[in-house]
Design a protein around this ligand. Structure first.
Ligand SMILES: NC(=O)c1ccc[n+]([C@@H]2O[C@H](COP(=O)([O-])OP(=O)(O)OC[C@H]3O[C@@H](n4cnc5c(N)ncnc54)[C@H](O)[C@@H]3O)[C@@H](O)[C@H]2O)c1
Length: 255
């Protein structure tokens, strides 16, 4: 499905980013993963290379200069750049009342500014080739103010705000990049079992709450998200532009 395409995945050293990279490699893409965690990134490159051509470059997505370097290195390594998956993100849990200014700023910087810089950085290349697909990983927390049983274990205020910003940046990108053949879509995962959400899987009260409120009565897996990433990256989704696609077992469909 992705033969001949080159994909760049941020935050690809583990979790959903690593699964997205694996899924795209299995569909024939050449992949670059980047991550702030250099050691884990190098290990992921080794694991992923089993499935196809994969390179790791260290990157802090909040650093604009790193984007210039990574885009150039991707094109040099794999001969092009067709897909950007803006996946890197952080989430320190706190209520709105207890979110510190420091946590707010760091979360906004990583989750929203990182996506903004990534979209800007790849556009010139994609515009010149008149094609490209940008997939921004937002969250159900960018769509609804999900309530949790333990309010202090909720995603912090910066997380909700940053993921809402990702949804809006996606719509803006779709309208401004679309005329140049570049599509921009967002995926809004629900609760997916990864290191980021690990705390949700140790507290029985939280686990029971989520199973009860998700219509499928199960959590999501990174593979559930990776399949959608492959679809949005591929030409099969060629007329899909500007959507914010929940992958949440129906959670946000409920009022
Ligand atoms: N796990 C969930 O339930 C869930 C739900 C909705 C959305 N998401 C989103 O999905 C994405 C992936 O989350 P995950 O669950 O795989 O988390 P994770 O913590 O397992 O992986 C995130 C990766 O991003 C990297 N990263 C963090 N800051 C970075 C920076 N400044 N520059 C580059 N890399 C950086 C981390 O090192 C890590 O490898 C995130 O954007 C997250 O907000 C997760």
């Amino acid at each position: 499905m992705l033969k001949g395409k080159v994909a760049l995945v941020t935050g690809g050293a583990q979790g959903m980013g690593e699964h997205d990279a694996e899924a795209m490699l299995k569909q024939g893409a050449k992949v670059v993963i980047t991550d702030i965690h250099a050691e884990r990134g190098a290990a992921a490159e080794k694991r992923l290379s089993e499935f196809g051509p994969c390179k790791f470059f260290p990157q802090d997505v909040t650093d604009e200069a790193s984007w210039v370097r990574v885009v150039a290195a991707t094109i040099a390594a794999h001969g092009g750049l067709d897909v950007l998956v803006n996946n890197a993100g952080i989430n320190k849990r706190a209520s709105l009342e207890t979110t510190s200014l420091e946590t707010w700023r760091k979360t906004m910087d990583t989750n929203a500014t990182g996506v903004f810089l990534g979209m800007k950085a790849v556009f010139a290349h994609m515009k010149a080739q008149k094609s490209g697909s940008i997939v921004n990983i937002a969250s159900i927390n960018g769509l609804v103010a999900a309530r949790y049983p333990d309010i202090e274990a909720t995603a912090n205020a910066g997380y909700f705000a940053s993921k809402g910003a990702v949804v809006m940046l996606t719509r803006l990108g779709a309208t401004q990049f679309g005329p140049f053949g570049v599509r921009v879509n967002a995926i809004c995962p629900g609760l997916i079992q990864t290191e980021m959400s690990a705390s949700s899987f140790v507290d029985p009260e939280r686990m029971a709450y989520f199973k009860a409120v998700i219509p499928f009565h199960r959590y999501g897996s990174p593979a559930d998200v990776a399949h959608a990433v492959v679809f949005l990256a591929s030409d099969l989704s060629g007329f899909i532009n500007g959507v914010a696609l929940p992958i949440d077992g129906g959670y946000t469909a409920k009022s």
